[in-house]
Design a protein around this ligand. Structure first.
Ligand code: TXA
Ligand code: MG
Length: 321
């Protein structure tokens, strides 16, 4: 089993030598390797059982350090980076030859991000190369928001887990791309609300294809999925009535209901706070997935701000039923 700790020097040494380290970010834990080393990056795909057509995000501690890897930074991208980095925002930019094709899955763009977690920022400051890091979960499963989540699923496959506690945002970064026409596109809803992207970049086009060959596999319809069937519900009492005799678990926004016992109920935010709900989402989903329920009923959240990204995750989890 991998060691867990807060030793940045140790993490840096492993990464320099081409090993795998799980790193905390404000969104979810990442499974990191030296992005410029194909041999190291291959280990990420193997550990996650991830298909090679699914490209990775590269992480650094500043936009300046990412310059050698991108050809051109559109004005809107600059403004977004200035406003929201470090933070839960990933930009798709034209890549240079320095980025291995394995990282970008042969696309001519590369996804780049400056994450906000202090431990990981310190680690990145010490490295003279960026880190490729997808979420540290087996492909298709719920992303990890605590070090223990990583250990449980990938503990024998990583060399070290840098423990940064519980992720503050709790859902993955928002992915934004830029068309030659100047149009800004959101490819994955995430921890930065579309409303906040639009404050800086003007009206955006939200492009969440659900095809089988998506531009961003976070767009795959069945993704972020627990093992148990999950029903996304706009009327919990009616959903309960529709499954008489089934042992149900409830993922509720603010209130528990009679009929589903407390040990199989998780409330995302008793005060109806969407940021708190996002922070609790994946841990709650894992706990209910580990319960003895036969069916998880998830309450659809209000659709603005982070509610939209949370509902998107729940819809994809439900598509696995
Ligand atoms: O919050 C996050 O973004 C976390 C933390 C660790 O940074 N990372 C993360 O990585 O969620 P991952 O690999 O699980 O999701 C990255 C998504 C994938 O769906 C991938 O297809 C998309 O980014 N992506 C990466 N490069 C792309 C590109 N050039 N064009 C389109 N989509 C891309
Ligand atoms: Mg992922």
């Amino acid at each position: 089993m991998a060691e867990i700790g807060t030793d940045i020097q140790k993490a840096a040494a492993i990464l320099k030598a081409g090993g795998l380290v799980a790193i905390p970010t404000e969104t979810v834990y990442g499974l990191a390797a030296k992005a410029l080393d194909t041999g190291a990056v291959i280990k990420i795909f193997e550990a996650k059982n991830r298909p090679f057509f699914d490209p990775l995000i590269i992480h650094s501690n500043s936009l300046e350090k990412l310059h050698p890897y991108v050809l051109h930074i559109p004005e809107a991208a600059y403004k977004l980076a200035e406003a929201y980095w470090p933070g839960p925002l990933t930009l798709l930019l034209r890549k240079t030859v320095l980025v291995p094709d394995l990282v970008s899955s042969g696309l001519d763009t590369v996804a780049v991000r400056v994450p906000r977690h202090p431990l990981t920022l310190h680690l990145l400051e010490q490295l003279d190369f960026p880190l490729a890091a997808p979420s540290a979960n087996p492909f298709g499963y719920v992303s990890p928001t605590q070090a223990s989540h990583v250990i449980r699923q990938l503990g024998t496959k990583v060399n070290y887990v840098l423990d940064g506690g519980t992720c503050e945002v709790g859902i993955e970064s928002t992915i934004v791309g830029f068309e030659d026409s100047g149009q800004v596109k959101v490819y994955r809803l995430g921890g930065l609300a579309v409303e906040d992207v639009e404050k800086i970049a003007g009206p955006v086009n939200v492009n969440l294809n659900q095809s089988s060959n998506p531009k961003a596999p976070g767009q795959l319809k069945s993704h972020y999925a627990p093992r148990k069937p999950l029903l996304l519900s706009t009327n919990i009492m009616e959903s309960i009535r529709n499954f008489p005799g089934k042992k149900m678990a409830l993922l509720a926004f603010s209130y528990a209901v009679k009929g589903i016992p407390a040990e199989r109920t998780r409330i995302l935010s008793a005060t109806g706070d969407l940021q708190e709900a996002a922070r609790n989402l994946f841990a709650a989903l894992r706990e209910l997935d580990d319960s003895d329920a036969e069916l998880i009923i998830a309450e659809q959240l209000p659709s603005g701000f982070l509610g939209r990204a949370i509902n998107d995750r729940l819809q994809r989890a439900a598509a696995a039923v």
